[in-house]
Design a protein around this ligand. Structure first.
Ligand code: PFF
Ligand code: NA
Length: 466
């Protein structure tokens, strides 16, 4: 992999890293996935475990990725290989980054479908289809959208093309600059939604649902919460590692990643606080699944002043946030392949996007034609890899989501923290973080070497014993 070019110039300031990492982190994971998973797993316990996983596992992995990226100054696979050689360790460590590339592509395949739903909702909002709508009718509207594979494929195609286009044109930086404006606007609209939620008379129901701790729910929520902590922070893939390669030598890594982690968490909690009161006020089901945001938001925007305009703006912002996340899923794979074969960047981008697009068709169909096709079925007559019309099991979408968030991301993250903590080791961590205080350094090393890996291992074991 000698063709890999060193990163020629380093980003001007750490703000660009913050922007890129925040653009990657804040996305559908916060506004769509976090609320629906909280609903599915019953509320408070899931949220609490999620917050613990962010602090004790997700942030250490982000630290590890940024360290490795900045030290390696190449794309993730090559950085890991070079650093491993330098430290006299096996180059096999780099396989984690290869898995990360594949994981990014798998995530993109369904992410693009859901982003496509947002595109469709921009149009429906603009047409005023949701004015005065009830929860029930909003549910029916979402059902009608997901029942229509052709429509879903059209919007999935548009979104995937948007993602590939940005990467081929190399206008990633432009999109990130745009996000500097969009993010505050997104935040403002979340606050407006929160305002609406307060007026529904069910605000406290929402708060209670989000923060009431029920120990009985812990067992089922552990792995999902851990997986979602990885997903929402964009860690375990190598995206953050790829950005880390551009980070200036003297930029403070710690303060920088804490900013990113806090922004991501605040957006997720704000989305949850905005959506759940609407769920309860409109008599909807918290555990409704992936449609939760697409059913509650029309109710809110359909029933407030200027809701039509704000609704359009909101879904535009969601699509933009999804866009900046999706490019960070595709870019590492494109960078890897085009580094190895000079001049092929545009072709690789479209080829990889095509692969994701085809996989995404599976997700599209899992909401309609293939709704009865289940994978990993454990039923009365044993285990089946797939079966039609089985009780339980996972749809194609569930399967891809499961493989990525619950298996590949935590495993990738595990390797990254172990590499940073044990292979790079004390001296490198001290140097990179410019830590003068030995107590602080020891604390961080314990996080990287023990706490984060053990956290992942414990959750995996608990899941197996469940
Ligand atoms: N963090 C993104 C979100 O919350 O929407 C999703 C994501 C982006 C996951 C990039 C993985 C990734 F590499
Ligand atoms: Na996120």
């Amino acid at each position: 992999m000698a063709g890999d070019k060193a990163v020629a110039q380093v980003w001007a300031s750490r703000w660009i890293f913050i922007l890129a990492a925040t653009g990657s982190a804040v996305g559908l994971g916060n506004i769509w996935k976090f609320p629906y998973m909280t609903g599915v797993y019953g509320g408070g316990a899931f949220v609490l475990i999620y917050l613990f996983c962010i602090a004790l596992v997700g942030m250490p992995v982000m630290l590890a990725e940024t360290l490795i990226g900045r030290r390696g100054r190449h794309s993730p696979v090559v950085s890991l290989q070079n650093l491993a050689v330098e430290r006299g360790a096996s180059v096999r460590w780099a396989w984690a980054a290869v898995m990360g590339l594949i994981c990014g592509l798998l995530i993109l395949s369904f992410y693009s479908v859901v982003a496509g739903w947002s595109l469709s909702y921009i149009i429906d909002m603009g047409k005023g289809s949701f004015t005065g709508i009830s929860g029930e009718d909003a549910g029916a509207a979402f059902g009608a959208l997901t029942a229509d594979p052709v429509k879903l494929i059209i919007f999935h195609t548009i979104f995937m093309a948007m993602t590939a286009w940005v990467i081929t044109r190399g206008v990633v930086a432009g999109l990130e600059r745009a996000l500097r404006l969009m993010m505050p606007l997104l935040f403002l609209l979340l606050v407006v939604l929160l305002g609406y939620s307060v007026t529904t008379g069910h605000f406290m129901d929402g708060v209670r649902f989000l923060f009431h701790f029920d120990p009985a729910q812990v067992k089922d929520g552990l792995l999902p919460a851990l997986g979602h902590a990885f997903f929402t922070l964009s860690v375990g893939v190598g995206s953050i590692m790829a950005f880390g390669a551009y980070m200036p030598r003297r930029a403070p890594i710690g303060a920088t990643i804490i900013t990113v982690g806090l922004l991501d968490t605040v957006v997720a909690l704000a989305a949850g606080l905005a959506l759940f009161p609407i769920v309860f006020a409109a008599g909807l089901e918290p555990g409704a699944g992936p449609g939760l945001m697409f059913v509650t938001l029309p109710v809110a925007f359909g029933n407030i002043a200027f809701g039509q305009v704000m609704g359009v703006v909101f879904f535009v912002l969601v699509a933009l946030a999804a866009w900046s996340s999706s490019i960070s899923m595709l870019e590492p794979a494109v960078a890897y392949f085009s580094d190895r074969h000079a001049g092929g960047r545009v072709r690789f981008t479209w080829l990889l996007a095509l692969i994701c697009w085809v996989l995404g068709i599976g997700t599209v169909l899992s909401f309609n034609e293939w709704a009865e096709l289940k994978f990993f079925v454990t039923g009365a007559d044993g285990f089946a890899l797939w079966a039609w019309g089985a009780e339980g099991g996972k749809t194609f979408f569930d399967l891809v989501d499961y493989l990525t968030s619950r298996i590949m991301l935590p495993l990738g993250g595990l390797v990254f923290v172990l590499f940073a903590g044990w292979v790079l080791g004390r001296e490198v961590v001290r140097e990179e973080l410019e830590l003068k205080n030995p107590l602080f350094l020891n604390l961080l090393l314990v996080l990287l070497r023990v706490v984060a890996p053990l956290g992942i291992a414990v959750v995996f074991v608990a899941e197996l014993l469940k």
